[in-house]
Design a protein around this ligand. Structure first.
Ligand SMILES: C[S@@+](CC[C@H](N)C(=O)[O-])C[C@H]1O[C@@H](n2cnc3c(N)ncnc32)[C@H](O)[C@@H]1O
Ligand SMILES: [Mg+2]
Length: 342
């Protein structure tokens, strides 16, 4: 799975904001020459309450750099994906010549996505000049594809062309409003050419950085385990109490029908929790002694969510020991049978 993505010329960071919802990502980087633009919506990239309540599986770091796509910064080396959305047409000819050397030659990501206006679409707009006063050029499909194929050949990538913005009926021949090149590194050859990692070139300035909570961090893993254990224990206890109430009601009905023949209530209950898996059924069942309800750790560990968070029962015990009450040999969680508000 793709883990590290950098968006060059990220502007107000809306692409990064959308990408951060992808659970597989571990590092998201935005770079722009316009620092003010980077700062404008940085708050949207900070973790929210929900990110703490339901931490990600993998840690995600989001960093914004003030810098240029034609400067080399080793912190962006070897990413899985670099995107340049509506960037290249803002580069003057000198920067445009440097751009492939930096992005493909130096940073050398597994994949690059470049979008730029398709000038063939322009006659469909009311005013037929450049789309933005800062554009240095707008290419037709032939110009973009020629440039892209040259770059791909030079740096050992393959390239595929697509776009966004379908032309209206009758004008299909002009192609997409925005043309897109998707470059993929030829991995076999890249491995042969593999250069030792270059270090030390940190020319970009950090403008913003945030790390999202994740289950890889002990603290959040502990929260998640304790939450799951407590809610499961209370569910099991509720099931038991409901069964007891049913039993009571039945006993009461029996008693009134045929006074004196009902059995004495048992002291050790073995609730049948039908919604649990067969695996769980093999583990020791929750039980009650007096007013205390016990759930063996072995049973809790058989819950898929708990198993996913803990390597073994020892780890489960360590993570919950500070927060929940364990019996004397530490083999079961204990709660008061009637302590509803806890
Ligand atoms: C048309 S905007 C696109 C913004 C964003 N990618 C989007 O699609 O909404 C172009 C952006 O590229 C930035 N830019 C221009 N030259 C740059 C360079 N050499 N390096 C990095 N960013 C640059 C501009 O500041 C601007 O934010
Ligand atoms: Mg533009």
């Amino acid at each position: 799975p793709k883990k590290e993505v950098a968006d060059l010329g990220c502007g107000d960071t809306s692409l990064l904001w959308m990408l951060k919802f992808h659970k597989c990502l571990e590092l998201l980087v935005g770079v722009d020459t316009n620092e003010e633009k980077l700062r404008r919506k940085e708050y949207k990239l900070s973790p929210l309450v929900g990110d703490y309540l339901k931490p990600r599986e993998r840690t995600l770091t989001v960093t914004l750099y003030h810098g240029s796509a034609v400067e080399r910064d080793s912190r962006l080396l070897g990413f899985d994906l670099i995107t340049c959305i509506e960037l290249i047409e803002h580069l003057d000819s000198e920067d445009l010549a440097t751009f492939p050397k930096v992005v493909f030659g130096f940073l050398s990501p597994a994949m690059v996505v470049i979008s730029t206006p398709n000038s063939e679409f322009n006659p469909l707009f009311p005013a037929v000049t450049l789309r933005d006063s800062d554009h240095r050029f707008e290419w037709n499909r032939m110009q973009f594809q020629t440039w892209a194929l040259d770059v791909a050949n030079l740096y050992n990538y393959s390239v595929e062309f697509t776009g966004v913005g379908e032309p209206p009926a009758g004008a299909e021949n002009v192609g997409y409003c925005t043309q897109i090149g998707i470059f993929r590194k030829n991995m076999a050859k890249a491995a042969e050419l593999c250069v030792p990692e270059q270090h030390g070139e940190h020319v970009y300035k950090v403008v913003f950085t945030a790390t999202y909570p994740s289950l890889q961090q002990e603290k959040y893993r502990q929260y998640a385990v304790v939450n799951e254990v407590i809610s499961q224990v209370y569910d099991m206890r509720r099931d038991l109490l409901e069964r007891l109430k049913l039993q009571d009601d039945r006993d009461f009905a029996d008693t009134s029908a045929d006074a004196g023949t009902s059995e004495a209530p048992c002291q050790c209950f073995q609730p049948v929790l039908t919604r649990f898996s067969a695996n769980m059924e093999k583990t020791p069942k929750p039980f009650c002694v007096g007013n205390v309800f016990y759930v063996p750790l072995e049973r809790l560990f058989s819950l898929p969510k708990v198993k996913h968070l803990c390597i073994n029962i020892e780890m489960l015990k360590t993570l919950i020991a500070d927060t929940v009450m364990l019996n004397s040999d530490g083999s079961a969680v204990m709660v008061d049978i009637h302590d509803e508000d806890n």
